[in-house]
Design a protein around this ligand. Sequence first.
Ligand SMILES: NC(=O)c1ccc[n+]([C@@H]2O[C@H](COP(=O)([O-])OP(=O)(O)OC[C@H]3O[C@@H](n4cnc5c(N)ncnc54)[C@H](O)[C@@H]3O)[C@@H](O)[C@H]2O)c1
Length: 238
Amino acid sequence: MMLEGKIAIITGASRGIGLVTAQLFVKHGAKVIGVYHDTQVESDEIDYYRVDITDNEAVKEFIKDIYKKYGRIDILVNNAGITSDNLTKNMTNEDFVKVLNTNLVGPFNITKYVGPIMQAQHYGSIINIASIVGVYGNIGQANYAASKAGLIGLTHTWSKEFAMKDGNVRVNAVAPGYTMTDMLSTVPKDLLEQFKKQTLLNRLAEPIDIANTVLFLASNYSNYITDEVINVNGGMKL
Ligand SMILES: NC(=O)c1ccc[n+]([C@@H]2O[C@H](COP(=O)([O-])OP(=O)(O)OC[C@H]3O[C@@H](n4cnc5c(N)ncnc54)[C@H](O)[C@@H]3O)[C@@H](O)[C@H]2O)c1
């Protein structure tokens, strides 16, 4: 029980890495508030809310309601994210901005309200789900790479801002390698095979590989770790 009694918000908790993280948090005693946008989800153990994280007003109301209902927010996992791949020369400005809006503005919208709550209660752990692509860049992913590199920049900024005044708020990022979720459904099989060969551990990640690291960062087992980016990529370089 690494998160006994903790209140955790996880965005993008309806499937993939977010869902597995939410289930793991529940197993470790947390009350999980799961945010999703598209598919309708129901669960006895996770409190789901449908919120578009790109909508600042909706996020503001959501956080206000959550704080009123649960009284505190101990953990925030900024996990929701999308891709819309194309070579830069073919990428529309709409597709560039759409990905930035979800992957970068979305976490900003939530954290600007959650960070001060954590700072005032002198306790909190924020985990941003970045990507190996934000660390190395990748062909056909200018929008995604920019968003995830930006999220790493926000991690370094928020760890400083929310630690002020004895805030005791830790902010870290996890940069996963290729992970078997719906997000990879548009990636050709032969490319996935190539990525596997580029990985020292000779396999792509399962969501639980990422969730275990998020659990560690959310828990007090990491309570002197902040401002870090942890690569969880099986030794892959891009
Ligand atoms: N799968 C991978 O290979 C991989 C690798 C590195 C990083 N990541 C990152 O991990 C995170 C989770 O990825 P995944 O593979 O589980 O994705 P996924 O596509 O399986 O799930 C995405 C989740 O985000 C939510 N979401 C999307 N737009 C939203 C919005 N505007 N408001 C609220 N929720 C929204 C969806 O409802 C869904 O729950 C993402 O940030 C992704 O960029 C994934």
